[in-house]
Design a binder for this molecule. Structure first.
Ligand code: ADP
Ligand code: ASP
Ligand code: MG
Length: 402
């Protein structure tokens, strides 16, 4: 069997944990399997590197940031290979350049284009455990890129797809995928399995247990994922195409605090204005999420929308620069807001779900700022100081807890 095992930052945070992971991988190796290990940077390394960069230059280019951030994963893979070697097992560490993991050029948010399997296969054939850097790629300028925060999951899935691995295991600091973040909702329940579509929604809406692109890619290439703990042997959660369990109305709740709201006030109420506003933002790579337009009055209207909090300064600057052309009278913004979403394939054919969610929020005294829905998801925007309480109320409101 060819097994891809990915370990997150907390799983390799110190010497003891590195050796624990090394031993776990060696077990599979000694059982006769080919083993590829994908690692994140140790502990909070990525955050610490970002803080260092900010201290030197708050406006550092994304290229230089990626050059810096990719060093984090290089530390963990080399130390892991050394640990395995010290336990008498042949192991080799490889980075994105050595494997030839080609990505798009977008620094800080690159996507894989092609992963070369030759080098990894060659090392596996010579009976080594191969330890690969997560989170990084190389673009057409031969520069390092990163895949966005949490991107090591995507590296693992991409390698599993490229090598046609028999299994892709994502090891983390919780026992699997829960109905809500178990750190915020103590009675959250661990799911035995979840479908790609539901997991993709949860991951995109803020459940950081899996990088959303990793789920997208797993679905595309039919890679079945197992999410489980690196600290114990408990069975984890399987992410796959169809889930045989009885469909729950709601399978999970997710929150995203990295959200801000912008309102453009007094814009002309005529065709093409909304197009020009959102096109201007899109051309500058600003992703817009929930959009709410007021009913026009006296020839003008207002539009409110959410963006990632990281993008708020850029978004406002771009709108200010184009204020007249976009007929905007006033721009307002609010950063202390957060998104709360419920996800479930079962809600597709069930009309009462939104009302049930709003009732739970009403009972908890939480005010809703904006609402957006899709076939298998309902998202509301609430004040950030309400978010954890709102999550617990909605989770309990649907009876998801243990
Ligand atoms: P790693 O470093 O292993 O990649 P992450 O911090 O990226 O770990 O992801 C694991 C974290 O995701 C957990 O510690 C947990 O707090 C959070 N999380 C959010 N939503 C969920 C969920 N629905 N199920 C499990 N964990 C979740
Ligand atoms: N080290 C990177 C991060 O902190 C990638 C990852 O953890 O998946 O975002
Ligand atoms: Mg992660």
């Amino acid at each position: 069997m060819l097994i891809v095992k990915k370990f997150g930052g907390s799983s390799v945070a110190d010497k003891e944990r590195i050796f624990r992971v090394a031993k776990r991988c060696i077990e599979d190796y000694r059982a006769g399997n080919d083993v590829v290990v994908v690692l994140s940077a140790m502990g909070d390394t990525t955050d610490e590197l970002l803080a260092k960069a900010k201290d030197i230059n708050p406006n550092a280019t994304k290229r230089e940031l990626d050059m810096l951030l990719t060093t984090g994963e290089q530390i963990s893979v080399s130390l892991m290979a050394m640990a395995m070697n010290s336990l008498g097992v042949p192991a080799i560490s490889l980075n994105a350049f050595q494997v030839e993991m080609h990505s798009t050029s977008c620094y800080g948010n690159a996507r894989f284009k092609k992963i070369d399997s030759e080098r990894i296969q060659h090392e596996l054939d010579s009976k080594k455990i191969v330890v690969v850097t997560g989170f990084q790629g190389v673009n057409k300028y031969e520069d390092y890129t990163t895949l966005g925060r949490g991107g090591s999951d995507t590296t693992a899935v991409a390698i599993a797809a490229a090598l046609h691995a028999d299994s892709c295991e994502i090891y983390t600091d919780v026992d699997g995928i829960y109905t809500a973040d178990p750190r915020v909702v103590p009675n959250a329940r661990k799911l035995t399995e979840i479908s790609y579509d539901e997991m993709l929604e949860l991951a995109s809406l803020g459940a950081r247990v899996l990088h959303n692109r990793s789920v997208e890619m797993a679905k595309k290439y039919g890679v079945q994922l197992v999410v489980r703990s690196s600290l114990n042997r408990t069975e984890g959660t399987i992410v796959k195409e169809v889930v045989k369990m009885e469909k729950l109305l709601v399978s999970g709740v997710a929150t995203d605090k990295n959200t801000a709201r912008i309102s453009v006030i007094g814009i002309e109420d005529k065709p093409g204005v909304a197009f020009r506003i959102f096109n201007t933002l899109a051309r500058k790579n600003i992703n817009v999420d929930i959009i709410l337009q007021s009913v026009g009055r006296d020839g003008t209207k207002d539009i409110s929308f959410t963006v990632a909090e990281d993008d708020i300064t850029d978004a406002i600057r771009i709108l200010e620069e184009n204020k007249e052309a976009l007929t905007i009278k006033e721009i307002k913004h609010k950063e202390d807001v957060a998104k709360l979403s419920i996800v479930g394939a079962g809600m597709m054919s069930n009309p009462g779900v939104a009302a049930q969610m709003f009732e739970a929020l009403y009972n908890a005294g939480v005010n809703i700022n904006m609402i957006s829905t899709s076939e298998i998801r309902i998202t509301v925007l609430v004040d950030e100081h309400d978010i954890d309480r709102a999550m617990r109320a909605v989770h309990d409101g649907f009876g998801l807890g243990d």
